[in-house]
Design a protein around this ligand. Structure first.
Ligand SMILES: Nc1nc2c(ncn2[C@@H]2O[C@H](COP(=O)(O)OP(=O)(O)O)[C@@H](O)[C@H]2O)c(=O)[nH]1
Ligand SMILES: [Mg+2]
Length: 321
């Protein structure tokens, strides 16, 4: 047991140090991209520094509300015009950011009173839903759970094939129908099949939806209603998969999806591909939905449970520190 948790710890360390490197990648070595605060050295927390800090936070996708909150907290902790040493400022920044993220750091727990525990994956096209399902299928299997996938993206023929490939790789069954089938029916059938086979977790894929496509959003509402007939508490998790590299657009997407389906969790993908990690702070200020996982690449090991402390460290520490 001790050995296992040690392995988990070092795996987690490795993940967050890779996150740090990818957030501050080669192409964004300086100005305001990837939150690096080594330029604070020996400066006073005066109006000029505040303004500079504000610009950097906004450029890093932190958003106006969270940026104001961070600056307020900094003034409170350090005092305006006080000569702050850089360690003190970094420390105060870390505390302010962690405060914002902490309440959103709630890992997904598969409650075994539900069988299957149904996870409905939603999000716009290309956000990483199907890839995240593949990664989660593998993770849950490693945790000793019986997993099944439902091919609820019936719009694109390739989508079912993509899910089937993940199913084969992880040796988990995939329930699908012909292209064009009613996604609510596919997921309904999958829940019945999962019950018959004593499955612990059912991961249901859906087609990519733009939040301004009213019809598609209504359909998502229908999926939730239909599966609610089999189990009024299902879906037990409605997880939005968000592409972090979209910047502030990610926030408006999240708000729209939340209005339609009532999100219970968010997974942020693509923190490796040009994303400025501040977007999680912006989201945390706008939406009371926990962050479950974060993704930093296409490989299975490129996903980890969100952890506020580790995340803030990755934002604040320059790579190699
Ligand atoms: N760089 C990077 N690519 C990702 C990540 N997650 C998914 N992708 C890629 O994004 C593309 C779209 O993913 P997909 O799962 O098909 O999105 P879906 O349309 O929401 O199902 C694929 O090429 C994935 O490999 C990530 O965390 N980082
Ligand atoms: Mg997909």
């Amino acid at each position: 047991m001790a050995k296992q948790s040690q392995t988990d710890e070092s795996r987690k360390e490795g993940f967050f140090s890779r996150l740090r490197k990818r957030l501050a990648g080669k192409d964004r070595s300086g100005n305001g991209l990837g939150l690096r605060f080594d330029w604070l050295s020996g400066r006073k927390l005066d109006a000029e520094l505040e303004e500079e800090l504000e610009t950097r936070l906004l450029m890093a996708d932190v958003g106006i509300a969270a940026t104001q909150k961070i600056l307020d907290s900094l003034r409170r902790r350090i005092g305006r015009n006080a000569s702050a040493d850089p360690d003190q400022v970094t420390h105060a920044l870390r505390a302010a950011m962690t405060d914002i993220l902490k309440t959103h750091s709630v890992p997904l727990v598969i409650d075994d009173r539900h069988s299957p525990f149904v996870i409905l994956m939603v999000g716009v096209n290309g956000s990483g839903k199907t890839t995240t399902i593949g990664k989660l299928a593998r993770k849950f299997r490693q945790d000793g759970l019986k997993v099944m996938l439902a091919a609820g993206d019936t719009y694109r023929a390739a989508a079912t094939e993509q899910l089937q490939a993940w199913g084969e790789r992880n040796d988990v069954p995939v329930i699908s129908q012909q292209p064009g089938a009613d996604p609510a029916a596919v997921i309904y059938d999958a829940i019945e099949a999962a019950r018959a086979r004593d499955i612990d977790v059912l991961l249901a894929d859906t087609a990519g939806r733009l939040q301004n496509q009213a019809g598609l959003m209504t359909e998502l509402g229908k999926i939730v209603r239909v599966i609610g007939k089999l189990d009024p508490q299902a879906p037990h998790e409605t997880m939005l998969v968000l592409d972090a590299s979209l910047g502030q657009n990610a926030v408006s997407q999240a708000i729209s999806f939340h209005e339609v389906v009532g999100l219970t969790g968010i997974t942020m993908t693509k923190l490796d591909s040009g994303a400025k990690g501040g977007i999680l702070l912006a989201l945390a200020e706008q939406l009371d939905v926990p962050f479950r996982y974060i993704g930093i690449g296409e490989q299975l090991e490129d996903m980890n449970v969100f952890d506020a402390d580790q995340y803030v460290s990755a934002l604040l520490k320059p790579p190699g520190d």
